[in-house]
Design a protein around this ligand. Sequence first.
Ligand SMILES: [Zn+2]
Length: 205
Amino acid sequence: MKHLLKISSGRTADERIDPYRLQLWLRGFRYERSTNAWVKPVGNIGAKQNIRYAKDRGLRYELLDKNVKRNTSYKAKWVRENPPFLGMYLCTYCGRLVLAKNITVDHIVSVGQASTSLRYASSGKNVNDIENLCGACSNCNNIKDAKGGLWVLRGKIYRHRSMRILRFLFRLCVAAALLYIAIRLWHNASDINLFEQLGDLSWIS
Ligand SMILES: [Zn+2]
């Protein structure tokens, strides 16, 4: 499988790409002036070797395959397959109700993560596949950004509408139970007060 690998400067001054120009050229990379990056088509093994080379030097690397790039139609596709209910959605991550006009469409495995993962690029999956998309409130979408781990797990579980509804009903039950307990406690407390007052009265008489 062929990939297009792009190597550019890292974040700090020590991780600039300039000292590696000759080495990259000898490795078969070609310079891309517009992005100050070096690009080369590589197979799986070549990708592994050159990613290791970039990692060891603190350089930034990115796969440019179309499978790990954001396309322009993913939002429309998600909305088409997930029509809102009564003008509302449930956020995949926090479970809150969101007005349909405020819903954002999120990549569960983020584009940033996928474009630096040779495993993802080689898997044949596409970040814009419906299985990798979910609806989120803008707050969760901002916080999640390119995070992985538990965010991805939550995304994979709650991207299913039935799971989101189950979580919503479960929370309603918990809220109702807490309200019931609170009312019972309040009643008990007022019973004791009444009893104490009666006690006081009988002692006076
Ligand atoms: Zn949310």
